[in-house]
Design a protein around this ligand. Sequence first.
Ligand SMILES: *Cc1c(COP(=O)(O)O)cnc(C)c1O
Length: 404
Amino acid sequence: MFDVYKIREDFPILGRKVNNTDLVYFDNAATSQTPNQVIDSISNYYKKYNSNIHRGLHSLSAEATSQYEESRSKVREHFGISQNHEVIFTSGTTHGINIISSGLQSFLTKKDEIIVSAMEHHSNIVPWQMLCEKTGTNLKVIPINNDGTLNIEEYKSMLNPNVKFVFVNHVSNTLGTINPIEQIIELAHKNKSKVLIDGAQGAAHLKINLMELNVDYYVASAHKLCGPTGVGFLYGKSELLKSLPAYQGGGEMISNVTFEKTEYADLPHKFEAGTPNIAGVIAFGTALDYMNSIGFDNIENYEKELLEYATEKLKKIDGVKIYGDNKQKISVISFNIGNHHPSDIGSILDQFGIAVRTGQHCTQPIMDFYKIPGTVRASFSFYNTKSEIDLFIDALLKASKMLG
Ligand SMILES: *Cc1c(COP(=O)(O)O)cnc(C)c1O
C-alpha cells in the first residue's frame, strides 16, 4: 500500500537537479518539502477566492472564511483537541511560544521557578529567559544523559511547589529523541505545574492526541509537516487561554473599541489580531489531509525503517560518532566523522546534490554538553528512499577520504 515512488511524484522539487545530480533532500528537520496538493491549495485561494476573512458579507469573503475555519476543524480533529476555539493559528512554533511567554508575565514572580530542558531549540529557551529577566523568575534546566535522553530522575528532584511551568520539546530536532512527555506532564501536574510542549518535530512524525496527553499548551509549525512556511498553531486548554492576556492588539481581536475601554473578542480571535496568513492556514489543512491520506502509521513505520537502515550503514564508516543513539527516536541522525568540521562534510555532500544540515541546529546547549562545535544532521522523511541513503553513504566515504 505504501509506495514511496508514487508518493514522490507528488513532490515536484524532488525531481530537480542540484550541482548536476539528482537532489537528495535530507534536511527535513529544518523544513519539509511541499506536495502538489498543498501548492495547488495556495494557488487556488489566490486564483479563486482571495478575500479577507470574518469581515465581508460578500461571497468571496464567506468562502475564504469557511475554508479558513474548516482548517481549524481539521487541526482540532487531527490533534485530538476538544474544541475549535482552543486552536489558535500562529505564524509558527516560535510565535506560539511567544504568545504564552508574553502572557505569563503577569502571573510569575521572583519566588517562582520554571523548567526547560537542555535539549530545547533556542525558540523554547530564549523567550523564557526574556520572561525571567522581566519577572525575576528562576530558570531551571533538566540535564541530558550521554545517550541523548533526558535525565528524568533529575527532573523529578527539581519539582517543588515553586515550579509553575515546564517547557519541553516532544522530539529533539537535533538528536531525534522522543521525550517521555506523558510522564513529564503527569509529574508536572502532580506538582500543580502547567506544561507547554514544543511539538515542532513531534507533530511532523507522530500521531498525537492532545486530549489524551492532557497537556496544557502544545505548539507546532505547518512547514515541518508538508505545509507552507509562516503558519502554525497554538493549542491551549480553553480556561487557560481565557485567563491569558491578549498578545497583540489590532483588528479582529476585539469585540468593542472605545477610547475609554476596549473589550477583547472571545477565543480564538483574541489571539489572532490582524489579517492572518489565510492561504497558508487553508493550505495547512490540506497538508494534514495529505499526510492522513498516507497515514501516520505508515509514515512512522517507514521512517523507522529508513532510520535503522541509515544508522547501520553509517556506523560502518570509520570514525563516525552518532549523538543520541537511543531507542526512542525519530528519523534524525546527528553525527561527526573523526575531527572533520561538520561544515566541511556538509559542503562536500552539497557537491553531490545532497542537502543536510550542519552546525548547532539552534540547540547550542546540546553542543556544549557534548563539547563539540556542531554536527552533521541527516533527517529523513517518508518521501526519502533507501537508494538515496546509499548515495549519501557513498558521498560520506568520498568526503572522508578527501578530507584525509
Ligand atoms: C523548527 C523548530 C522550532 C521552530 O519552529 P519555527 O517554525 O521556526 O517557529 C522549534 N522547536 C523545534 C523542536 C523545532 O524543530
